[in-house]
Design a binder for this molecule. Structure first.
Ligand code: FBP
Length: 549
């Protein structure tokens, strides 16, 4: 039996649109080099800092390339829709540059590069994966390339494979490390060129010339479609409150975009919680009051969107988590020797500061357990695993009970928890993401052709039709800032959080009170791949508001 249905089959022949500046003509470099910027970062990147953004599509002719390019590619971190099209765009451009060029895919992320495990990607393989979701063409992984030994191993593999270039498709951390590898290679006399591509559904790799990371568009459309279906159910059954946690490890871009696409009753934005120093109690009170108000209006149903990273942004919870991280690290042995969960909970509560202990003891047992049991390989609490949607349900339920006894709430409350995350990460890319990723892959090939190492591929003007986009690259070192990580100052790309003065947040803030009291749901419907452009090629509300489109 064939493992493609009619849609997948039809979709695989979709030809992603490329900016006119990359088609046919003779792409050239247009931007000059620059010599400015912060001295501390510049000192860390002496070989790759003094470079300026480049744009392809000038008047001149493309440089002649006499030898084939041999390019390695890595998919790094969580999957995001469109990764396969980055590789397809890279492959097609490299073949145009020189028909004997080749693409070598390292298996399972950076680990494949370190262990020299990979496969040559031929045309038939690439064709099978065009316009599909997922990263399964070569797999992905979260191994970090960050130490000098890692960089040395990476260069050994590149030299053993005779690579001229390496493309790292990843988020902020992977691109920070791609920048360091580029610097290491150049300053150690290696000719390997390293180019990054901005990936992550979280939407937090943007700014300074990157308009959005790929995958954000599709993931938000998938989640909005599901939220719309739930809202249709809510308005039909009229008896459930849906608490929906949405992926996005840290920033709330996904929750904010989905709010604009679906107009739910309540959306929590973590960055606002942190900025206003809201307590868990205040968040819970707001939800409970909205529930009571809607119930009084005869609407005993609703939707609440909760960003996955919320917990860490609630100041008191943030303090509790860091105290727990320290405590479990320093008393690990004694903690592990305890056999029952109540004993473990009592053990940590006795060692926490009194505000953190009070907060910890007030949490439902299953959440208190998650906080001490689910830890990552570094021993830190796995915040993404915490069932925030259940925590809020428990706390709102108990608040409504109190309100009921004082007569402030009359009615019943039937909550249902949901978590949308993995449902959206590997969806087939929207038209936008299919075009954007193909363009990014194509552009990465041109950066490598022009031996521009330490750049991240970019496309601009993204609210315009794809044919009008610009394409080029930004020096990765120029995106760095210094942050304290594990007690040391390190150069990393800053995560772009939701800004409370951004047009996107302001648009949401303008409407949220109305959405809370009325039922103004938008039922987003499924992603449209075929049909009129005004339906199928819409970009996110975030991009449109940010670009004033
Ligand atoms: P990236 O930052 O690597 O793109 O991953 C994003 C993400 O999907 C987050 O939204 C989520 O918190 C995390 O990955 C889940 O991690 P894992 O893939 O390890 O389950």
């Amino acid at each position: 039996m064939m493992n493609k249905n009619a849609l997948t089959e039809a979709r695989s022949s979709y030809q992603p649109k490329l900016p006119a500046s990359l088609c046919g003509g003779s792409p050239t470099l247009t931007a000059p080099l620059a010599h400015d910027g912060p001295a501390d970062i510049r000192a860390l990147f002496p070989s790759t800092f003094d470079m300026a953004p480049v744009t392809f599509g000038g008047e001149g002719s493309a440089p002649a390339v006499s030898a084939p390019l041999r390019v390695g590619v890595i998919l790094s971190g969580g999957p995001a829709p469109g990764g396969h099209n980055v590789i397809a765009g890279l492959f097609d451009a490299l073949k145009q540059i020189h028909p004997d060029s080749s693409v070598f895919g390292f298996l399972n992320g950076p680990d494949g590069l370190l262990k020299n495990k990979g496969v040559e990607l031929d045309a038939a393989t690439i064709d099978r994966f065009r316009n599909t979701g997922g990263f399964d063409i070569i797999g992905s992984g979260r191994t970090k390339l960050e130490s000098v030994e890692d960089f040395q191993k990476a260069l050994e593999t590149a030299s053993a494979r005779n690579l001229t270039g390496l493309v790292v498709i990843g988020g902020d951390d992977s691109n920070s490390n791609a920048s360091k590898l580029a610097e290491f290679a150049k300053s150690n006399g290696s000719t390997l060129c390293v180019v990054g591509v901005p990936k992550t559904i979280d939407g937090d790799l943007k700014g300074g010339g990157i308009e959005t990371s790929f995958g954000f568009d599709t993931a938000c459309k998938v989640y909005s479609s599901l939220i719309g279906n739930i809202q249709r159910d809510a308005v039909s059954a009229r008896k459930y409150w849906h608490f929906i946690k949405l992926m996005g490890r840290s920033a709330s871009h996904i929750a904010l975009e989905c709010a604009l696409q679906t107009q739910p009753n309540i959306t929590i934005i973590s960055e606002e919680v942190a900025s206003r120093s809201l307590t868990l109690r205040q968040i819970v009170d707001t939800i409970a009051e909205t529930v009571a108000g809607r119930t009084a209006n005869g609407e005993q149903f609703g939707t609440v969107l909760i960003p996955e990273g919320l917990i860490e942004f609630v100041p008191e919870m943030g303090s509790l988590i860091s105290e727990l991280n320290e405590l479990l690290a320093s008393h690990g042995e004694a903690f592990n020797a305890l056999s029952s969960l109540p004993e473990k909970r009592d053990f940590v509560a006795a060692k926490l500061s009194s505000p953190s202990a009070a907060l910890y003891r007030s949490l439902p047992d299953d959440i208190a357990n998650q906080l001490i049991l689910d830890r990552d390989p570094h021993g830190n609490v796995q915040v993404a695993r915490i069932d925030t949607q259940r925590l809020l349900i428990d706390l709102v339920e108990s608040r409504l009970k109190d309100m009921k006894s004082s007569g402030a709430f009359k009615g019943s409350f039937s909550p249902l928890p949901h978590y949308f995350g993995y449902e959206g990460r590997c969806a087939a890319p929207s038209n936008f993401d299919a075009d954007y990723t193909y363009t990014l892959g194509f552009t990465a090939a041109l950066l490598l052709r022009d031996r521009l190492t330490g750049y991240i591929a970019t496309a601009g003007g993204l609210t315009n039709p794809a044919e009008q986009w610009t394409a080029g690259g930004i020096p990765l070192a120029r995106m760095m800032n210094l942050e304290r990580r594990h007690g040391k100052m390190v150069a990393v790309i800053k995560k772009a959080l939701v800004e409370l003065d951004s047009p996107t947040f302001l648009e949401f803030a303008k409407h949220r009170d109305t959405w809370a009291t009325t039922t103004s749901y938008i039922f987003a419907g499924p992603i449209q791949y075929f049909g009129p452009s005004e339906v199928c090629d819409q970009t996110t509300c975030t991009l449109q508001l940010e670009k004033g489109a």
